[in-house]
Write a protein of this length. Structure first.
Length: 184
């Protein structure tokens, strides 16, 4: 399966807090915001959270899984390695859908949380879930509050909106995830 190379985080919580203060006509503050404040602003998805941006790269991601991620277009940019015959020297028409690509992304925190709702869902393909879980795990190492807000749609809404639910909402694990997500 694809390997992830986590590149970096841009933006700071101080910048997020100062942007939030700007929106309510307050002066810039000092110090690092608390973990509680970070979680609250992330759950509210107020616009200043977009100041936190993440850059990562999947290597050897199957082309068809890459297509799932390219569907996301708000707050994210995609850079996918070409399969053009004139650039690679390999016949593009001979490649299968699982041919590996390199897929690099740059996304803000709000986009990362939104993508999580779709790609951590039990109805997403296992390969897509695994690729996205690797991103969230890498984010957790640098920004645990952001990762804590990266949940499947059912946890975000408190119920499953899918036509064919996977059954997760009927499990104790769902109740635990829901309580953890809502805790501030």
């Amino acid at each position: 399966m694809a390997r992830i190379k986590f590149l970096h985080v841009k933006g700071t919580w101080r910048e997020v807090a100062d942007a939030a203060r700007t929106t309510i006509r307050r002066e810039e503050g000092e110090g690092e915001p608390s973990a509680r404040w970070k979680k609250r602003i992330l759950l509210a998805e107020h616009s200043p959270v977009r100041k936190l941006c993440f850059n990562w790269k999947w290597e050897d991601l199957p082309y068809w899984v890459s297509v799932h991620f390219v569907r996301h277009k708000f707050g994210i940019e995609h850079f996918v390695s070409t399969q053009r015959t004139d650039r690679t020297g390999e016949d593009r028409t001979a490649k299968t859908q699982d041919a590996p690509v390199v897929h690099e992304c740059f996304a803000n925190a709000q986009a990362v949380m939104f993508i999580s709702r779709r790609r951590l869902c039990g109805q997403a393909s296992p390969e897509t879930r695994a690729a996205w879980r690797a991103v969230v795990d890498a984010i957790a190492e640098k920004e645990p509050e952001v990762a804590a807000c990266c949940v499947p749609e059912c946890v975000y809404r408190g119920f499953c909106p899918e036509f064919k639910p996977c059954g997760y909402c009927s499990t104790p694990a769902f109740q635990e995830a829901l309580a953890a997500y809502r805790s501030v």
